[in-house]
Design a binder for this molecule. Structure first.
Ligand code: M5T
Ligand code: MG
Length: 608
């Protein structure tokens, strides 16, 4: 019920059109009720010459010529049938329109909600499952309106109208006809519940199949490299089979259910024909009236039948809608304060104050971090893999909120700022390069909407990407494959650097921006980066010596804490953890360096 009312809320914007539809339902029902009466006119009045009485008033029908009498009867018949068809057409168009609009609204809300959720949410939910909820389950709101609300209304109005008319014509016969209705409704109540449950289960299974396919398709290189195609195919087929089995069961149940309802209907019809013919023979009923009865019966069972399916449909779509609402009611977004203000960067000083953070409760990744990064300075963050470097800068971008402490930019607590202003003023190179399957130029321009080709090219030059881009088949207009598939790792990385550079933001955040580059390319890029970093607060996560030496301060993270902070020389002279790691990685300075990496010009100066 709660779900139902929640969904009914989506009807609000269309209540005008909805009311019009209700009026159309009334007109269509009236015409539907009128449909068999011209037949009675033809049989009783034209053939049987019986006097005509409408609502207690005698009508002088017999004085008309027979052909005129017949023409009137046939004309009315045509009018009723064509009228019903036309009104239904209009009504269908309107309900589909309203329904589709509601699906669109429902989808928009879900999409915006999903997009707002923090990375944590997205790490926990398989993409395929979200896709299925977004594309498949949102239809529930339309099904509910069309197969639920409207069918229920139309059928109930029609049923009530028929019952009233039938009772007026012949009470006994009406009782016979309605005898099976309770049985019908009993069946409905029993079966529809299991159909509803089953339909929820089918949705869940279907979306699992989506997830599996999505996961497999997005890991093709891995699967092929490990020759796991067979296993993955089997996994997919097994999931698909499970969903198929459930569906088959659902459809069988629905068919059996339809058959049961059909049987009960036939029983009612048989009873009515038996009793009706007996009454006509005894003169208690006219042939025309029996005909009206039988044709009402045929259409009496249609609404009952519809109503019975409706309950199952409503249950089914409610349970699908529940899957959408489930997501809408999950709130894992990074919340913006209601009175959030835009970030105003002055010097660009960033402070971490007693920051503690855990992805999973109880398993702290960062503990009591205190750090001051002066405005315009470059901070290099170093530490072993898994130490929490990426996590630290994720907090700065507010991908997550720390459980304790706060992060402050120029005296403004991140939590008091709008997310947009924070992220608009930060240029980021993520650790894992992500490109869109659009042109190279558009990928770079993603950093700055409306960027000109000159801006794109100069950013590409700074990132040392211009030459290889120019050599691509269509140069800057070359459209990349999925995730930038037709480029090398280093090429992708340089495009993502260019994308950050074009943004021209006061905060620069680079997570291992040159990890996929050789020393020479890196040193070329460093010149560009150097120019860019001046005057901007920069965070660089780096394993490269050349980066660390450039930094104004180096922050070493170890055991969830900041272990050491200082300039390169300070930390080396201190002879602590940084010096130890440095010696491990690059060899002892005094010994002729068996360097772990090809020494860049910067590295050499240090090593001699
Ligand atoms: C720091 C854990 C991870 C690691 C620690 C992203 C993520 C990480 N972790 C989670 O539990 N859940 C998550 O969603 O957090 O991770 P990091 O900050 O990514 O480490 P890093 O950037 O210093 O490492 P690397 O390898 O990039 O140099 O223990 O298990
Ligand atoms: Mg990392």
């Amino acid at each position: 019920m709660k779900v139902f009312w929640r969904l009914a809320g989506y009807l609000r914007p269309y209540r005008g059109a909805f009311l019009l539809c209700l009026a159309l339902v009334a007109v269509a029902s009236g015409l539907e009720l009128f449909k068999p009466w011209p037949l009675k006119l033809a049989v009783d009045q034209v053939i049987g010459k019986a006097p005509l009485e409408i609502m207690g008033r005698q009508i002088d029908y017999q004085t008309l010529a027979v052909s005129a009498q017949l023409l009137i009867a046939v004309g009315l018949l045509l009018f009723a049938h064509l009228g019903v068809g036309f009104v239904q057409l209009l009504n269908n168009y309107m309900t589909i329109r309203i329904g589709q609009n509601m699906v669109q609204d429902f989808r928009r809300e879900l999409f915006e909600h999903i997009q707002r959720q923090s990375l944590l949410f997205h790490q926990q939910r398989p993409t395929g499952d979200l896709l299925y909820r977004l594309m498949g389950d949102t239809y529930a709101v339309q099904t509910l309106l069309m197969n639920g609300v409207f069918t229920t209304l139309t059928s109930s109005v029609l049923l009530a109208g028929m019952l009233a008319v039938l009772l007026k014509v012949n009470t006994t016969l009406t009782i016979y006809a309605m005898g099976v209705v309770p049985l019908l409704f009993l069946t409905i109540a029993k079966v529809s519940k299991s159909i509803g449950n089953l339909s929820y289960e089918t949705s869940t299974r279907e979306s699992q199949v989506y997830s599996t396919a999505e996961r497999i398709f997005s890991s093709i290189p891995l699967i092929q490299a490990f020759a796991r195609e067979d296993e993955e195919r089997k996994r997919f087929l097994a999931e698909s089979q499970l969903s198929f089995d459930r569906k088959l069961y659902l459809y069988s149940l629905q068919t059996a259910y339809g058959w049961l309802v059909g049987g009960l209907t036939a029983l009612g019809t048989a009873l009515v024909i038996y009793e009706g013919v007996t009454q006509v023979l005894s003169g208690a009923l006219t042939t025309g009236e029996l005909l009206v009865f039988i044709s009402y019966l045929a259409s009496l069972y249609t609404p009952v039948n519809n109503l019975s399916n409706t309950v199952a449909d409503i249950r089914g779509s409610l349970s699908k809608a529940k899957r959408v609402l489930e997501i809408l009611e999950t709130h894992q977004e990074v919340k913006e304060a209601p009175d959030a203000a835009p970030l105003a960067v002055k010097t660009g000083e960033v402070r971490f104050e007693n920051v503690s953070f855990a992805y999973d409760a109880g398993k702290e990744v960062l503990r009591d971090v205190n750090l001051v990064c002066p405005g315009g300075a470059m901070t290099a963050i170093v530490g072993q893999t898994g130490a929490g470097k990426t996590s630290l800068i994720s907090l700065l971008l507010r991908f997550y909120d720390p459980q304790q402490g706060r992060i402050v930019i120029d005296g403004q607590d991140l939590k008091t700022l709008t997310l947009k202003s924070l992220r608009r003023q930060s240029a980021v190179v993520l650790q894992e390069t992500q490109l869109f399957p659009i042109s190279v130029a558009d990928n770079i321009a993603y950093g700055k909407s409306g960027a000109t080709r000159e801006e794109v090219e100069s950013a590409a030059k700074l990132a040392n990407a211009h030459d290889f881009i120019a050599a691509l088949p269509a140069g800057y207009d070359t459209v990349l494959g999925e995730k930038g598939a037709n480029l090398s790792g280093g090429q992708r990385q340089r495009i993502s650097i260019a994308r950050a550079l074009i943004k021209d933001a006061p905060l620069l955040i680079l997570d291992e921006p040159t990890s996929a580059l050789d020393a020479e390319t890196e040193s070329l890029i460093m010149e560009g980066l150097d120019r860019l970093m001046t005057g901007r607060t920069t965070f660089v996560i780096a394993h490269r010596l050349s980066m660390m030496q450039r930094a104004d301060q180096i922050v070493l993270i170890k055991d969830q804490r900041i272990a050491e902070v200082g300039s390169f020389d300070e930390l080396m002279n201190k002879g602590g953890e940084f010096a130890r790691l440095h010696a491990l990685q690059f060899g002892k300075p005094r010994r002729a360096a068996p360097a772990a990496e090809p020494a860049s010009p910067g590295a050499q100066t240090l090593l001699v």
